[in-house]
Structures are given as structure tokens and as C-alpha cells.
Design a protein around this ligand. Sequence first.
Ligand SMILES: Cc1cc2nc3c(=O)[nH]c(=O)nc-3n(C[C@H](O)[C@H](O)[C@H](O)COP(=O)(O)O)c2cc1C
Length: 199
Amino acid sequence: MDFEKIVQERYATKLFDGRKIPEGKISKLFEVIRNAASSFNIQPWKIIVVKNQELKERLQPATWNQQQIPTCSHLLVFCADTDIAGNIDRLEKLMVENGADKESIKGYIGMMKGFEKNLSEEQKLSWSQRQTFLALGNALNGAKSLGFDSCPMEGFDPKEYTKILGLPGNLVPTALCPIGYASDKPNPKLRFPKDEVFV
Ligand SMILES: Cc1cc2nc3c(=O)[nH]c(=O)nc-3n(C[C@H](O)[C@H](O)[C@H](O)COP(=O)(O)O)c2cc1C
């Protein structure tokens, strides 16, 4: 399917049919998500993958009781990782392992560290959440490209998710993406006209 068609056909699915997506396709989707762009390539996210039915059912009340949660195949919980300094260290290690010379990347690493130092805790959260939404975008279109459906979701209680999933303080649940096979039908796309959007 070409990209334009994927974008046209993707829609926020309200109900899935409970079928499981084959692991091979899940693995392809993870690649699409993993390759999302992020500022400085810091990739400040972790995606918690919930497959267990009992756990999905425990999460449903913390998700405004929305039906996507128990009926999806996999629930992806997109968490912003506010440990930006930690991720800069990980990135430096990865760059060196991939052939970069530690001395020659010193300036780049120093610039990222300087950027991080100037952020308040609130700004760190907001910044990492913005990056995380790019990964979410890849998940939505990626799912459709691989032949299944998804729904972006903010209608949930992040504090309850943190509790139920036992997340560390640096990981902040930011958006959900249940994926599976739709058992509802899309509504026609309703969007503001081009001349109001592009000015
Ligand atoms: C960040 C975000 C949060 C959303 N939260 C929910 C949600 O909690 N439940 C839901 O059913 N749809 C949710 N939606 C889906 C939107 O309502 C939907 O994308 C929008 O109406 C456009 O429809 P379409 O995606 O089918 O084209 C969310 C969408 C986004 C981008």
C-alpha cells in the first residue's frame, strides 16, 4: 500500500476483534517505531508492551473503560523517558560502538549535555513527550501498512498506569496505542479544508 493510502485508511479504531497479531508482524512494527526521528536522536522513550489479557483488563478502568483495551491484540504504552542525561550517555556508547571516535564526538555530546542541563524537570518531561508522539505517529501508520489497526489514546490515567505497571519515576505514560484487527467501521475523514490549514 502506498503511503497516501495508508494515511487515508488509518483510523482510530474503537473496537478490535480480539485476534492476535502474528509476532513476525509485531516485530516489523517495532522496527518502524524504533526508527522514528527524535531531536538529537536521543530517543527519550520506552514502550511497554502489554499482551496479557488479565493485565489489559486491569488497565481498562484506568482508561475510561474504553473497549479498545481488552479487545486489542497488544497494548503499547508509550512512555516518555525523562532521564535525558542517561539517554545521552547511552547514545554516546552506541555511537562509539558503531565506529565513532570518542574524541571527535566530544563536542556533539557536550552540546547535548549543555542542552539537558538547561532544562527544568517540567521542560524535560514536555520535551521527551513531544519526541514520544513522533514514535506514536510511526506506530499508527506502521500498523496500517502491516495490515492491522490501531488507536491513539490519551484518555487514560497516567498515575494509575504507573502504579499498575510498576514503572520507575523516569518513565511517564504519555499515550496509548492498542493494536489489533478492527471490528468496527471507520467514519469518513473529517478534516479542516486545505486552505485553512496551509496559509
Ligand atoms: C493524542 C490523541 C489522543 C486520543 N485519544 C483517544 C482516546 O482516548 N480514545 C479514542 O477513542 N480516540 C482517541 N483519539 C482518536 C481521535 O479522536 C481521532 O484520531 C480523531 O477523531 C480523528 O479520527 P481518525 O484518527 O479516525 O482519522 C486520540 C487521538 C490522538 C491523536
